[in-house]
Every structure is written in C-alpha cells, then in structure tokens.
Design a protein around this ligand. Structure first.
Ligand SMILES: Nc1nc2c(ncn2[C@@H]2O[C@H](COP(=O)(O)OP(=O)(O)OP(=O)(O)O)[C@@H](O)[C@H]2O)c(=O)[nH]1
Ligand SMILES: [Mg+2]
Length: 307
C-alpha cells in the first residue's frame, strides 16, 4: 500500500479543547489538559497510524491563540502560528457551545479570515471542527456551520466532541485521505515527539494547574533537572518548580508542605503509569522573579523569547 504521511495543526482559542482532542485521537495522553485557559505552552506532536499502518498522521497540538501581553504569551502564540505554518492541513477547533463564541475565538476567526484573504495560508487546506457538541442543542450547530463557512472557505466541516469521542473517527478518516503521499517521519509505535523529561515536567505542571488557582499556575514553570535509572527498573526524577513571586511559595507549599506533597504524589502516580515503572519524584521550589524574561527557561521548550 502507498505510504502517506502528513502534518495536521490543531489551532484554536485557549480552552477550545485542542489537547483533549489530540489525546483522544492518539489514544494516549500526549498533552496536558485543564479547564483553565493557556494550559499548553509548546507545540506537541501526537502520532496516529491509520489504514493498516500505511498512513501516519502527525497532529500538532498548539498553544491557544489569544492576544498576547507577556513575553511568555507572545512566545506561545508565535509557536502556535509556526506550528500552523508547518502543517499540510490546518484544523481550526472552535468551542461551539458558547453562544456567540468567546472574545478570543471571535478574534481568531477574524485573523484566519484575513490570513486567507492575504494568502498567508498558502495551499494548506483548512478544516473546521466544531467542538463540545455534547454541551449544546443540535439546531444551533447547522447555523454556526453555515455562518462560518460563509466567511472562510473550509474544505470540510465536522461536528465533534473531543471529550466524548463523538465524530472524531470521521475527522481522522477524512485526514487520512487528504494528507500527501510520502515516507513516515516516526517509527510506527511512537505516540509523541515529546522527550520523556519534558513530558514529566508537563505532568507536574498539570498537577499545579489542578491544585492551584488564580494566577499562580500561569506564573509557574517546571523543569526536569535530573533523571536517573536504577538496576531495579525504577527511576529517580528531580524537578524544579520556578515561581515568579515570593508570595507564591507558601501557597504552593501549603500547610506543612502538604500541597506540594499532593502535587508530587499525583504527578508521581501518573508518571508511574506512563513509564510503567516505580518513580521517585523530588520537587524543589525556587523563586526566580524574572524567569519569564530568562532565555534559558525558553530554550528548554524550544520557545523563542524574542517572539
Ligand atoms: N463538554 C466538553 N468539554 C470539553 C470538550 N473538549 C474539551 N473539553 C474541556 O475543555 C477544557 C479545556 O480543554 P483542553 O484540551 O485543555 O483545551 P486546549 O484547547 O488544549 O486549551 P489550551 O491549551 O489552554 O489552549 C477541559 O476542561 C476539557 O475537559 C468537549 O468535547 N466537550
Ligand atoms: Mg492545550
């Protein structure tokens, strides 16, 4: 059978459900998910094999696109557009359940419309994925679909629920027929391009999102410092949590260090099931007020601090 291989960028406003959809399509957790906005900070590739392994679809999960203010936000949004430019197909994911869409979605639709007019999309096909249909009445969907297709020449439109899995197989089937012929980029059993050290840091960052509120998660970053494997099959991972404010330290530590302990325990459990081995996880908290301006914090993730 002819080999096919192509890149599909999933772009959308923060919280549209991009990472949830990619995890669903890959059938494994490759990208972290949270109900707060701006969870994903880098482009993560998830790999799906189709057609008896003849077709390799490389999905690019991108950070949500919004109007950036901080340096980190600018770097994230720039990474999202770079991911889009690298793709053969652009999939625009919209949270259709919010009446009239949210502000970021409206701005993104304007931007895409303009990019199509300016020729910035090149010959990439753009498909529309209306997401979260489990949360809305069906009659609204057709109206939204017609409206958006009037504005932007989508090659195809799908109505899906990434969370429940509805309609997702149809999207994959369509993609597999519409990506170019060519040799595969990754071994057939690989699920993601994220090195284990980065994935491990992402898992801990997700637990910070789960356990803490307001601005703290946005002002924190996690890096894996060391990774040691032992003869008994276990690994010892140490990670640093960088905080932007001294005042955040007691919050993340919690009473007698209890909150940090919970974060560490949840992260360790998930890492153990992912890596299928015993994990010793050590978390260190460091306050580094200007980490968001420190190029070293960006290079680990392949983000451009000057974007
Ligand atoms: N009801 C419903 N909720 C969904 C669906 N897909 C995602 N969600 C929820 O939407 C929230 C955001 O999901 P994510 O996958 O993190 O969204 P994202 O687009 O990757 O967000 P960023 O990385 O912040 O840009 C989570 O609480 C998900 O559980 C869906 O199809 N239906
Ligand atoms: Mg995400």
């Amino acid at each position: 059978m002819t080999e096919r291989c192509g890149f599909v960028a999933i772009i959308g406003a923060p919280n549209a459900g991009k990472s949830t959809l990619i995890n669903r399509m890959v059938g494994a957790k490759v990208s972290i998910v949270n109900r707060k906005v701006q969870t994903t900070r880098i482009n993560v590739r998830g790999i799906v094999m189709m057609d008896d392994d003849a077709t390799q679809i490389i999905l690019i999960d991108t950070p949500g696109i919004f109007s950036p203010k901080r340096r980190l936000d600018r770097a994230m949004v720039a990474a999202a557009w770079n991911g889009e430019a690298d793709a053969d197909i652009t999939a625009l994911l919209i949270d259709a359940s919010k009446e009239g869409f949210d502000k970021d979605t409206r701005a993104l639709l304007d931007t895409i419309e303009k990019r199509v007019k300016d020729g910035a999309v090149g010959d990439r096909k753009i498909i529309l994925l209306l997401n979260k249909i489990d949360q809305m009445p069906a009659d609204q969907l057709l109206k939204i679909s017609a409206e958006l297709n009037d504005r932007i020449p989508f090659t195809a439109t799908f109505m899906i629920s990434g969370l429940k899995g509805r309609g997702v197989q149809d999207v994959l089937d369509w993609i597999s027929k519409n990506i170019p012929e060519g040799p595969h980029h990754y071994p057939g059993d690989q699920l993601s391009d994220l090195p284990e050290r980065l994935l491990a840091a992402e898992i801990t960052r997700e637990k910070i999102y789960d356990n803490l509120h307001q601005e703290l998660p946005y002002a924190a970053t996690v890096e894996t410092e060391t990774w040691e494997s032992f003869d008994d099959g276990s690994v010892k991972i140490s990670q640093i949590i960088y905080l932007a404010r001294e005042a955040h330290k007691p919050i993340i530590l919690g009473k007698g260090g209890s909150r940090l302990k919970t974060i560490g325990m949840q992260s360790r459990k998930e890492l153990e099931s992912l890596l299928e081995c015993r994990v010793h996880l050590k978390l260190f908290v460091k306050v580094k007020e200007n980490w968001m301006d420190d190029p070293d914090r960006y290079s680990v993730w392949g983000l451009d601090p000057g974007a």
